[in-house]
Design a protein around this ligand. Structure first.
Ligand SMILES: [Zn+2]
Length: 664
């Protein structure tokens, strides 16, 4: 039961100064209906300095600015990790990455760790999530456990299967569509109170806003931020029209920012400077309570969960490691006088590249970074973190790093450190589709060993660029980029695999085979690399050599028609015709419209002098691909065997004219 929820809201409509304290008093008297609806928005990859309500002059966020005026703005909020699943796990569990252990993509959220959506669901909330990217899709094996506590979880992403598919139908969903999914659900689900999580992915690379946001601003990243804001504007209008806005609690933040070239980093994930760690954070309370408040003390995303539950007067789980910001929001308490120390870390340089992980602590006026070459910045003098004082202020540096180590040790998981979980090949392929590296074979056991990411940042940028180029089908561009990465770091698995794919797509098969063989060596269970290696061998006529790779993939992917077809195709060419026929029947059970399976099965049956059995498959092939000359020719042969000369002549004539047309 949400019994005590937001009593204070009703009381405080009349007396805005009271806040929270009264909640407990009247708690048990209140009915469920008193609880506020919660609209919880995470806008991915959004820098604090792009928000007009945080001082930007770019004019990107007119809709958020209105909400900010009606709510409480945190001017200095810091993320605990520059990666989507890691940061979202912190936001929703109120614990540090070293505690929740979701320190990389695809790590499961521990089932017993208290999780805000589930706490709200158990308290009587109707819960729904609307997700903008594959990266947070539990069903696509990327964020297992993140759907815990949701009555409805709208995701449904998958990797792109060909360059012709739009990324917005596969790996990502535009803000407008995410918001529409949410409002459609709200239209049909009028039960209150509700907790709706809306995740917008648009500001994440590639920067590709729809018109007019693609031309309206100086750079495309800004266009994405403005587009996300405009889409949220539609959400807020909807809530107003439905009479839901006023009494809703709206919480908005970004999971992390984007470097955009600062410190040499193109995107995010490697470094812990302000560009990726300083994030927007605002709460709009029901009835515009505390409207216009601005909190200038340093706070953290780890504080969001205790703040939210604190406002609802729900008990805080003992696992929470942040602090409720309610006293700070009210102003004048001990916390508002001083900043909270803000810890952040990233394992991505270690896991994806085999370099050292980074850890940081913002304390007092300083940012200290634990790296092979330590860093210290005075953020009051040097907002851009440009002048490393570690060498000139060794005492401050070592004191802060000692604090950092102590603080991390104290807050690490009681399960005894992070488990060494490696990515599956599916997860690696999904990550590649989003431009992230995964599954390096070269990482040593100690995450603080390895090269300093400061010395290697260019390699990670080039890798991301190369992977996005492969994803977009720009293979010729991708090849030299990936080769550059591999010259520096030959053990980055994903670079080998992606290079092999790019080479194969431009028909440089012998080189593709070498690259894909290395990728398979580095990550033997990679379905994608084994499949691509099979295809490249097949294309060069090495059918027998390709067989074990196709057999591996077909076994691993029994429901993937193309994998089954590829194996059938190689069996048909290597005197295993009965096995091929069995597989082709299986393919057509999975997908009766599979053109090549119909064509091959019809052809095999024709060659076995079974024209009546062949005919339906070849007719289907012609129906599915009427412009394919081979299909008409094969159908002509089957007609001839069956004694239908006239039909045979017609199909052959059609085949000849299509062939002539295609040769022009
Ligand atoms: Zn993110």
């Amino acid at each position: 039961m949400v019994n005590s929820l937001f009593v204070f809201m009703r009381i405080c409509f009349m007396q805005p100064s009271c806040l929270i304290g009264l909640v407990l008093v009247a708690a048990s008297l209140q009915a469920l209906a008193e609880a506020p609806n919660i609209v919880f928005i995470t806008v991915d990859t959004t820098r604090a300095d792009r928000m007009d309500f945080l001082g930007s002059k770019r004019g990107l966020t007119p809709n958020l600015d209105i909400v900010a005026q009606q709510g409480v703005v945190f001017e200095r909020a810091y993320s605990q990790a520059p990666l989507t699943p890691v940061s979202h796990a912190t936001i929703f569990t109120g614990t540090y990455p070293q505690f929740h252990t979701v320190t990389d993509f695809g790590h499961p959220l521990p089932a017993l760790l208290p999780y805000v959506p589930e706490i709200l669901q158990k308290s009587g909330y109707h819960t729904a999530a609307f997700i903008g990217s594959l990266i947070l899709d539990p069903k696509a094996s990327m964020a297992p456990g993140f759907d815990r506590g949701f009555d409805y979880f709208n995701a449904g992403f998958r990797p792109k299967q060909s360059p012709n598919e739009s990324r917005y139908d596969t790996v990502e969903r535009r803000a407008g569509d995410v918001v529409r999914n949410a409002t459609t659900w709200l239209d049909k689900n009028r039960k209150t109170p509700f907790f709706v999580w809306i995740h917008l992915y648009d500001p994440h690379a590639p920067y590709d806003p729809p018109p007019p946001f693609d031309t309206k601003f100086k750079d495309l990243y800004d266009g994405e931020v403005a587009y996300a804001d405009a889409s949220l504007g539609k959400l807020f209008s909807y809530l107003r029209q439905q009479g839901l806005y006023e009494r809703s609690l709206i919480v908005l933040m970004s999971d992390h920012g984007e470097s955009l070239g600062a410190h040499g980093e193109a995107m995010h994930g490697i470094f812990l400077y302000d560009e990726t760690i300083h994030v927007p954070l605002l709460f709009k309370l029901p009835g515009e309570l505390l409207a216009g408040r601005r909190v200038t003390s340093r706070v953290r995303l780890i504080d969001v969960a205790p703040t939210l539950l604190g406002m609802l007067s729900l008990p805080l789980p003992p696992t929470f490691q942040g602090e409720s910001l309610v006293p700070v929001m009210k102003g004048g308490t001990k916390i508002s006088a001083s900043d909270l120390p803000a810890y952040a870390e990233t394992d991505y340089p270690h896991r994806a590249f085999g370099w050292s992980s980074l850890r940081s602590l913002r304390s007092g006026k300083y940012l200290a970074i634990r790296a092979p070459k330590p860093e210290l910045y005075d953020e009051t003098q040097d907002k851009a973190d440009q002048r490393n004082l570690a060498a000139s202020s060794p005492a401050v540096t070592s004191t802060l790093l000692a604090q950092l180590n102590e603080m991390r040790d104290k807050t690490a998981s009681y399960h005894g450190g992070t488990e060494k979980a490696s990515l599956t090949s599916d997860q690696t392929a999904n990550l590649a589709a989003l431009g992230y590296a995964g599954g390096s074979a070269s990482a040593s056991a100690d995450p603080l060993q390895g090269a300093d990411p400061k010395d290697k940042i260019e390699i990670s940028n080039v890798l991301h660029e190369g992977m996005i180029a492969v994803e977009d089908g720009r293979y010729t561009e991708a090849i030299p980029l990936l080769q550059h990465v591999l010259n520096d770091s030959p053990a980055i698995t994903v670079a080998q695999g992606q290079l092999g794919i790019a080479l194969a797509r431009v028909k440089r098969y012998p080189e593709a085979i070498v690259a894909l063989q290395k990728a398979v060596q580095l990550l033997p269970d990679s379905v994608e690399s084994q499949y691509e290696l099979g295809l490249a061998l097949f294309e060069t006529g090495k059918w027998r050599e390709s067989t074990p790779y196709f057999e591996f993939v077909a076994k691993k992917r029994p429901k993937w028609p193309d994998a089954q077809y590829s194996l059938a195709s190689v069996y048909a060419r290597t005197q295993h015709v009965p096995e091929a026929v069995d597989l082709l029947h299986g393919v057509l059970e999975l997908n009766p419209e599979h053109f090549r399976a119909n064509l091959l099965l019809g052809r095999i049956l024709t060659l076995e002098h079974l024209p009546d059995q062949a005919m339906p498959y070849l007719q289907k092939a012609v129906e599915v691909a009427p412009e394919n000359f081979e299909a008409h020719a094969f159908l002509g042969d089957a007609y001839e065997q069956a004694g239908n000369e006239l039909a045979a002549k017609g199909e052959r004539a059609r085949s000849e004219s299509l062939k002539a047309g295609s040769n022009q």
